[in-house]
Ligand binder design. Structure first.
Ligand code: SAH
Length: 251
């Protein structure tokens, strides 16, 4: 059985205990070297064969997996953050299905959540936003119909924008065209949870310049929305007049 593992956002302590245990006991490790912190692999068996998938195509990855599996070796495939977000693990799982090889997926801490932690943000603020959109700008991967930033911006949800830090000016333009005010708060986190993490706060009006001034060109997330502001309502959950399943509201 092959284990797809979410490595977390960078800090080697932000992998699950299960992911850690599987890496420590693996015979073959294939990891996404462009983003996974090699520190996450520390503790692997001395005899483990380690492959960096940044240098491999899909056929090559599947070949390493299927040969190791045929020899009865334990294979782990380590993706950054959580594999479910821009992880491209589905195409690997489909190929394994064709080959009759079983697999499991161990979730990880997405950089979306390491970024919220760095910003000390709650993405779902009462009366401001109860919806979070994970998206990206159109790049070499085209956006499906109805999912352009201008379309999504109309919802005024909290938006967590991946893979797009190199296009800040276009991003701001499209968000404003979709109806966000230039005063909308924006946070950018570079390398969330890594030792060289950078946190920037601003508004749609000034964030592109701040990103430029800080020389940030990759490995960063942009969070847009009023959830980052200071104007919101208190939750019902902890409202002393509100009765919940566990607690009776006071008169
Ligand atoms: N599966 C990953 C995302 C892979 S897409 C996850 O769940 O986090 C790669 C993009 O994720 C990068 O371009 C960047 O936008 C973002 N990213 C990955 N790690 C990051 C980190 N530590 N800090 C900020 N953004 C990160």
């Amino acid at each position: 059985m092959i284990s797809f593992i979410g490595a977390g956002p960078g800090d080697p302590e932000l992998i699950t205990i299960k992911g850690r245990r599987l890496i420590d006991s693996a015979d073959v490790i294939i990891y996404a070297g462009s983003l996974v912190n090699p520190g996450v692999l520390e503790g692997h068996k001395e005899s483990a064969a380690i492959y960096n998938s940044a240098l491999m195509d899909l056929d090559e990855v599947i070949k390493v997996m299927s040969e190791a599996e045929a020899e009865g070796k334990k294979v782990v495939r380590v993706h950054t953050g959580d594999p479910a977000i821009y992880g491209a693990h589905r195409e690997q799982m489909d190929r394994l299905d064709e080959l009759g090889i079983t697999y499991e997926v161990i979730p990880g801490v997405s950089s979306a959540f390491a970024t919220a932690a760095a910003l000390k943000a709650e993405y779902t603020m009462p009366s401001k936003s109860q919806t979070v959109i994970f998206t990206r700008m159109e790049g070499r991967t085209p956006m499906p119909e109805g999912e352009k930033l201008t379309d999504l911006a109309r919802h005024h949800a909290t938006m967590v924008i991946f893979l797009s830090i190199g296009f800040m000016e276009e991003m701001v333009e499209q968000l404003e065209a979709g109806g966000y005010e230039p005063t909308t708060p924006v946070g950018v986190v570079y390398k969330a949870s890594w030792p060289d993490q950078i946190i920037l706060r601003g508004t749609l009006a000034d964030i592109a310049q701040k990103v430029k001034d800080n020389g940030i060109k990759k490995t960063a997330l942009t969070v847009v929305g009023d959830c980052l502001g200071d104007d919101y309502e208190l939750s019902k959950l902890y409202d002393k007049h509100f009765t919940t399943e566990f607690r009776k509201g006071k008169e």
